[in-house]
Design a protein around this ligand. Structure first.
Ligand code: PMV
Length: 323
């Protein structure tokens, strides 16, 4: 088994790859401008099966008609003159919900496209997945793609020790480091409101261009830096305090939402902390449950109209599985 560190091996078609989704605990949005972020890979997966076809298709739809921009970008850049492919994608990660469905699809598809061409190392795959996601979305950081390629807890531009990879963008680069898993269970809840990551990132970018922008960015940076060391120490009380502060900052830059606030309030009695996760403006929240009250928390979130799921960090990054 290629447990999170190994390369994607060479394998002929048909090839199937499985990728986890991700959940951001600290630092979304600010990471786009180089501040630190902490995320972990979640045990909800997307599986992508690639086999020879008669024309490029995704889930039976011709490539030209597929709304999925990531699919066309990946084929254009990573399979430019290859033979026709029939691609099937099955996912348990809700789409446009801030839980990494697009990163998981891109990482799974690129891992599967690489296998018949001799395989690929994880650093290269992390770079390729970022280039593809960013190519389709136009903006963003490699936080999501690096997390689903690495598995486990991942710090971007923060955390201890040497980076495992550096991922390069057009105007900056981001260091990726592993962070030890404190062994906690988390709950995520989808508001039911899908949104566009690109639009949310552009709106926050405009906000951070204002005079108060640099001070806000410095505060995002401080919260995520302290948050990463609190997770490493296993200090739940400090993580809870910093998650609440991170939520205030996200609200200040305009990406909270009444449905997010409603879910955070509903979680309160059974939660140590809750905040939005991902791009916001809808999407999902992440909750650190009071230990032993996870079932009550799930009931509360469902009653408030959310779609809750208990998630556990998984050590498995994207990998090939039996087709
Ligand atoms: O909501 P998602 O899964 O697309 O997360 C986006 C995280 C952002 O920081 C808002 C954007 C990025 O590319 O890092």
């Amino acid at each position: 088994m290629t447990e999170n560190g190994g390369p994607i091996p060479a394998r002929p078609l048909p090839v199937s790859a499985r990728s986890p989704g991700k959940c951001i605990v600290f630092g979304e949005h600010a990471v786009v401008r180089g501040a630190p972020e902490l995320a972990f890979a979640i045990d909800l997966y997307t599986q992508v099966l690639v086999r020879p076809g008669t024309s490029h298709r995704l889930n039976s739809e011709p490539a030209e008609e597929v709304a999925n921009e990531y699919f066309r970008t990946a084929l254009r850049d990573w399979w430019p003159d290859g033979p026709a492919l029939e691609v099937r994608s099955v996912s348990r990660i809700p789409r446009a919900a801030g839980l990494g469905s697009s990163a998981a699809f891109v990482a799974g598809l690129l891992a599967a496209l690489s296998a018949p061409r001799g395989g690929i190392g994880r650093a290269e795959l992390a770079q390729a997945a970022f280039d593809t996601e960013r190519g389709a979305q136009g903006v963003g950081s490699p936080g999501d793609t690096a997390t689903v390629v690495a598995g486990g807890y991942v710090a971007i531009n923060g955390g201890p020790g040497d980076p495992i990879w550096t991922v390069r963008g057009p105007d900056r680069s981001w260091d990726v480091r592993r962070v030890a898993d404190p062994g906690w269970v988390w709950v995520v809840a989808y508001t039911g409101i899908p949104r566009s990551t690109g639009e949310a990132v552009r709106a926050v970018g405009a906000r951070l261009e204002r005079p108060e922008g640099p001070a806000l960015l410095a505060e995002f940076d401080r919260v995520a830096t302290q948050g990463i060391s609190a997770v490493q120490r296993g200090d739940r009380a400090e993580v809870a305090r910093l998650m609440a502060r991170n939520q205030e900052l996200l609200s200040e830059v305009g990406v909270s939402h009444p449905r997010i606030e409603a879910l955070i309030n509903a979680a309160q009695p059974a939660a140590e902390a809750a905040k939005l996760t991902g791009a916001g403006a809808g999407g999902s929240i992440v909750v650190l449950p009071v230990p032993g009250r996870e079932a009550e928390l799930v009931r509360r979130l469902a009653r408030a109209g959310g779609v809750p799921t208990v998630v556990r960090p998984t050590r498995d990054g994207v990998r090939l599985v039996e087709p």
